[in-house]
Design a protein around this ligand. Sequence first.
Ligand code: ATP
Ligand code: MG
Length: 409
Amino acid sequence: MSKVKKVRGFQDIYGENAKKYRYISDVARKIFENYNFEEIILPYVEDISLFKRSVGEATDIVQKEMYVFTDRGGREIALRPEGTASTVRAYIEEKMYAQSSIKKLFYEGAMFRYERPQAGRYRQFHQIGAEIFGVSSPLADAELIKMVSDILNTLEIPTRLEINTLGNFEDRKNYIKALKEFLEERKQHLCETCNIRIETNPLRVLDCKVETCKDITKEAPLITEFLSDESLERYERIKEYLKALNVEFIENPCLVRGLDYYTHTVFEFITDKIGAQGTVAAGGRYDKLVEQLGGPPTPALGFAAGIERLMLLLEKLPEDRPLIVVIPITEEHNIEGILTADLLRSNKFRTELIMKEGSLKSKMKLANKLGASYVVFVSDKCELKDMTTGAQEVFENIEDLIEVLKVRL
Ligand code: ATP
Ligand code: MG
C-alpha cells in the first residue's frame, strides 16, 4: 500500500526536536511572565481583510504567501500568517483599551505561509511573540528589545541585534519620495517584483533578497537623512537605554522589515548560521496600526521569534529528569508493580512500568534501552538497582525505598 505523506512544507516535531520546542517555549513564557505580560490564545483563522489592512496589500505575505479559502458560509478566510494583526484585532474587538491604559500580551502558536520550504523556512512554523499597547515612551522599545535579548541569552543562542528607525509618518513619506526617485532611475537593473514594488511600496525594495537588488540598494538614500528632530531624539533615547542595559546593537539604516505597519523603531536579531534564514526574532513599533484597524489611536509595539529557527540554533537542552523503571519479576506481581509505579509517580518521580511479558533478562534490556537511572524490582519485597554503579539494595516496603530515592535524586 502506498503511504500518505505529510504536506510539503509541514513538519512533524517529535523526539529531541519536540523537547527543544517545549524548552524554548517554556523559557520565553517565564521571561514574559517576569516582564508581566499576559497570554492571549488567538484563532488560527481570520477574515482575510484583517491581513490586507494590517500586514499590507503590497507585501509578499498578502500577495503570495497566504493560505486562503472560502468557508461553507461563503466567508473569505485566511490561515494566520503572523500574530500581530490578530492581537490588534482582539485588542480592539474585546475593548482591552477600556480595561487599562497599558496592555501587554504574548502569544505562541502555528503560523502559515506558502513559501519555498528550506532549512529554517516552512509553510507551517511557530512563533512566540509579544505586543505592548498604550505606551509611546521609548522606554517600552528598550524594554521589549531587552526582553527578546533575555530570551536569546537564556537559550544561549548568540545573535547580533540590528536596529533602525523609520521615523514618523511624515519622515517616512519624505524618505519614500526620495527613495522612489532613486529606484526609478535604476529600474532596469531591479528584479521584476521590485519593479512593481517601486509603485506599490518602494520601502520593500530595501527588503528584497535578490543579490542584484541588494547591490543597488546599498547606494540608496538613507532614512537617517530624512528624520525629524523629534524622531532622531526618540531614536537616541532608545540607544541610550540599550547601552545602559548592556544590550549590544548595530545600527543598520537599511533595515525596514517585511511588513507595512512599522513606524519608528524596527529591530532584528540575526545569526549567520542558517543561511538566508538568518533572522530569528524581529519586531518594531506600529503606532498607527490600532487606529488603522478601527480602534482608538494607540501607540504600540511588538516582536515575534520563529521557534523552528531557534530550534536549529539551540545547542544545549536541560537534562531529562532521572528515570525510574519498575519491573514486576513475574506476572503474579503485576498488581504490586502497577501500585509501586503509581506511588513513585505520586511522589513526583519520572517512572516507567515495564508492561511487557517475558524473561527478567528481556525486561532489563528494555530498562537499559529506556535509559533508566534506577530499576525497582517488585516481588514479595522491593529491590532497588542503581544503574550507574550496579549496586543493589533490598527493602521490606516501598515507602522505605522511596525515602532513599528522595535523598539520592
Ligand atoms: P524572512 O525575512 O526570513 O522571510 P520575515 O520578515 O518574513 O522573515 P516575520 O514576519 O518578521 O519574518 O516573522 C518573525 C520571525 O518568524 C522571523 O524572524 C522568523 O524567525 C520566523 N519566520 C518567518 N517566516 C518563517 C517561515 N516561513 N518558516 C520559519 N520561520 C519563519
Ligand atoms: Mg518572509
